[in-house]
Design a binder for this molecule. Structure first.
Ligand code: LLP
Length: 425
């Protein structure tokens, strides 16, 4: 269903040749497919329909306001983790009651902004935060709803930088201490602790681990209800996979099937916070080859995209499929270049940034590429632009959204003057 397909050796985004987009908007360029972005959202809605969930798109994955607006128009809520993300959600036309706010270090100012905006739910990550919430609510003479984020101590089997459900993480509270936290909060008047929040990591390809975390959360809710607490909400976080190598991510329906029985029987309001599963496969980066060079036994393909545009390979050793946009007959039948076919040579695809860690792909089998050729870096819709930097004073790339045969700029390319705009001489 993803709308980045090769036709007769040329890559298209929906109905537009990728090469045309590069010629029109320059490189490096983030290109998103509207149909893909919306379809992934709708798949999650459909998969979880039996519990009529509130889907809160995780803004951190791909925060462009135009993209957020597409989801807001379709009824989506938003998962935010900062005042900046709250601002984006509101700019996108979000219904504040459909905004949930997580984060281990929300500042008082951010909490006040969120209270004034009237957001739906605070995901509370510590006892300290719970106390501060009560104080701030008293000062403002307001009430709010919160869910306690708990760590179910499940190993999500993902990179240690993005696993969040183990006891030793900074997120949430240990599930074994949750009852105690609820007990301490009993009688508090302003923040109603109406549920629990879980997010065990990202991405979680292991559906069984994902389900285990939620089962532990549901068991906790049962226990708390027996103790007289009125809980009506479970926020099961994000963490659904995306396709990086082929079609390796379980579909939303599979995650849903694993957890719906436990959720349905409890009559809970269910909140989901998917990011990557919506945005990941909806975006690519187009980049042009600046030089090709041989260094010892290694072939380097030096491109104009870098760790500035996609830091995931450098940070997590993440795999992103890279392929020439106009590879002709060498179009991959699938995204499995480790299954070689004739005419491929290994290369490191690297950027111009002054760091040896600035690579997009290492020891990757690629067709012959030359200076001036265009490459596409796939699965770059999530955690690509949102983690972009200007390191080496490189202006951030533009973002383009394709809707069938239309392409529109949804973020202009930054200029040199943007680099220094906030600075004072
Ligand atoms: N909810 C919470 C509380 C989160 O911390 C996250 C992601 C999500 C939802 C969305 O997770 P998703 O559905 O996108 O998996 N930069 C890393 C990913 C960090 C994820 C942080 N939290 C990467 O590039 O893989």
């Amino acid at each position: 269903m993803d709308e980045f397909q090769f036709h007769e050796g040329r890559l298209f985004c929906e109905q537009i040749p990728a090469a045309d987009l590069a010629a029109r908007f320059g490189t490096p360029l983030y290109v998103y497919s509207q149909a893909t972005f919306v379809a992934h959202y709708e798949r999650i809605v459909a998969a979880f329909a039996p519990v009529e969930p509130l889907i809160c798109y995780s803004i951190k994955s791909c925060p462009n306001v135009h993209l957020c607006r597409l989801l807001a128009e379709r009824g989506s809520g938003f998962d935010v983790v900062s005042g900046g993300e709250l601002y984006r959600a509101l700019q996108a036309g979000a219904d504040p009651r459909k905004i949930v706010f997580a984060g281990v270090g929300k500042t008082d100012a951010e909490v006040v902004e969120a209270l004034r905006a009237g957001i739906g739910l605070f995901n509370i990550e510590s006892r300290s935060e719970l106390g501060v919430m009560e104080e701030l609510l008293a000062q403002l003479d307001r009430r709010a709803e919160g869910a306690l984020r708990v760590n179910p101590d499940v190993d999500a089997g993902t990179h240690h930088y993005t696993t969040t459900g183990r006891k030793e993480t900074k997120f949430g509270v240990d599930i074994d201490q949750a009852v105690e936290v609820f007990e301490q909060h009993r009688g508090a008047r302003r923040l109603r602790l109406c549920g629990i929040h879980l997010h065990i990591g990202s991405p979680v390809f292991d559906v069984a681990a994902y389900a285990r975390g939620i089962e532990r959360g549901v068991a906790l809710i049962d226990d708390l209800r027996r103790r007289g607490f009125e809980l009506d909400t479970i926020d099961i976080g994000g963490g659904f996979g995306a396709h990086y190598r082929g079609a390796e991510s379980p579909p939303a329906a599979e995650y849903a099937a694993a957890v719906l029985p436990a959720l349905r029987s409890r009559g809970l309001r269910v909140i989901l916070e998917p990011g990557r599963a919506i945005a990941g496969n909806a975006g690519i980066i187009l980049t042009r080859v600046v030089h090709v060079k041989q260094s010892g036994t290694k072939r380097f393909v030096i491109v104009d995209a870098s760790m500035n545009e996609l830091i995931r390979p450098a940070l997590y050793d993440a795999y992103h499929f890279v392929w020439p946009v106009e590879a002709g007959v060498l179009t991959p039948p699938h995204r499995r270049p480790e299954q070689p076919f004739d005419g491929l040579q290994p290369a490191d695809v690297v950027g111009p940034v002054c760091e040896s860690g600035d690579f997009l792909a290492r020891a990757r089998l690629l067709p012959e590429v030359r200076r001036g050729d265009l490459l596409a870096v796939f699965t770059a819709g999530a955690y690509a632009m949102s983690m972009a930097s200007q390191y080496n004073s490189r202006p951030r790339a533009a973002e383009v959204l394709v809707d069938r045969a239309d392409a529109r700029l949804i973020r202009r390319r930054e200029t040199y003057s943007d680099l220094v705009a906030a600075e004072r001489v």
